[in-house]
Design a protein around this ligand. Structure first.
Ligand SMILES: C[C@@]1(CC(=O)O)c2cc3[nH]c(cc4nc(cc5[nH]c(cc(n2)[C@H]1CCC(=O)O)[C@@](C)(CC(=O)O)[C@@H]5CCC(=O)O)C(CC(=O)O)=C4CCC(=O)O)c(CCC(=O)O)c3CC(=O)O
Ligand SMILES: NC(=O)C1=CN([C@@H]2O[C@H](COP(=O)(O)OP(=O)(O)OC[C@H]3O[C@@H](n4cnc5c(N)ncnc54)[C@H](O)[C@@H]3O)[C@@H](O)[C@H]2O)C=CC1
Length: 212
């Protein structure tokens, strides 16, 4: 199976996690990182999830799943140890057109969760199409080492330059693209940003742009 990779904007979006064990906890953490509004339905939860509920970071309903829990949710994750229940939640979601991730059955899922390396706005997501989560996790660890942490600041810097370039060359998208591609592979620029020398980086860009 080949999956379509996308990055979702979930800020303040109501998401449901059914089952608050170790796996449910990992899904909750991923959702909180992007500012989603998380409800957990589960008779018992991990101590960490109980703490998050206490602090008001998530809503915890300490009971079994009911179909009405789906109302108003944009994404659902089901991670109980009960195979039949997980399959039931998947069916309920698909019947009403809600995207659902089933922790123990990739085939019943309408989306999978990848392993992710994050450096600020830069994210690299790894999926094996559900074939080997262990390999996805291993490749993530390797990518963590390859992708310099400075990419976080570099991506932000390049992001700030884009609107400036749009203003400078409003009519010529091709020219902007050529410039942005060149800046993205400018190692000297990356190194300046890595050393925190943003002013010198801007000077390098300005000097270089004046030649265009
Ligand atoms: C289909 C998918 C559905 C979903 O989205 O959850 C799924 C399904 C299953 N995982 C299982 C097992 C394990 N999962 C992990 C770890 C992760 N699993 C994740 C995603 C996914 N797991 C989706 C596909 C991703 C892809 O496309 O590759 C990660 C990447 C993201 C996350 O969950 O946050 C996260 C790493 C996060 C990180 O490190 O950053 C480990 C590793 C470990 O624990 O060390 C193991 C043990 C080793 C192994 O089995 O490989 C089992 C068998 C359970 C059993 O045997 O009972 C199933 C069910 C089945 O395959 O039937
Ligand atoms: N996708 C993944 O990455 C992985 C998936 N799995 C699978 O994920 C599932 C969950 O694994 P764990 O978190 O380790 O299990 P767990 O047993 O620690 O947690 C399951 C949770 O589901 C809750 N639950 C049980 N019945 C419920 C119901 N009717 N309604 C709502 N909540 C209910 C329990 O109270 C418990 O908190 C298992 O099927 C396991 O095989 C396991 C490892 C990795």
């Amino acid at each position: 199976m080949v999956y379509y990779p996308i990055f979702l904007q979930l800020k303040d979006q109501p998401c449901l996690v059914v089952g608050g064990g170790q796996v449910g906890e990992r899904k909750v953490e991923g959702l909180l990182k992007v500012g989603a509004r998380v409800t957990v339905v589960s008779p018992e939860v991990t101590p960490h999830l109980a703490g998050l509920a206490q602090e008001g970071c998530i809503e915890w309903q300490p009971r079994k799943y009911e179909p009405a829990d789906l109302k108003g949710k944009v994404l659902v994750f089901v991670a109980t140890q009960d195979r039949l229940l997980n399959a039931q939640v998947a069916r309920d979601c698909q019947a009403v057109g809600i995207w659902v991730n089933v922790a123990d059955a990739p085939k019943e899922s309408t989306f999978l969760v990848p392993a992710v390396v994050r450096k600020g706005s830069l994210q690299v997501a790894v999926s094996t199409g559900g074939q080997s989560p262990a390999l996805a996790a291993l490749l993530k660890k390797r990518l963590e080492k390859i992708l310099r942490k400075e990419y976080s600041a570099f991506v932000q810097f390049l992001g700030e330059l884009r609107p400036i370039l749009k203003q400078k060359f409003p009519e010529d998208q091709k020219k902007r693209a050529r410039i942005l591609r060149k800046l993205a592979r400018d190692t000297k620029l990356l190194n300046l940003i890595a050393r925190g020398e943003k002013k010198a980086a801007r000077e390098r860009v300005d000097q270089w742009l004046s030649g265009w």
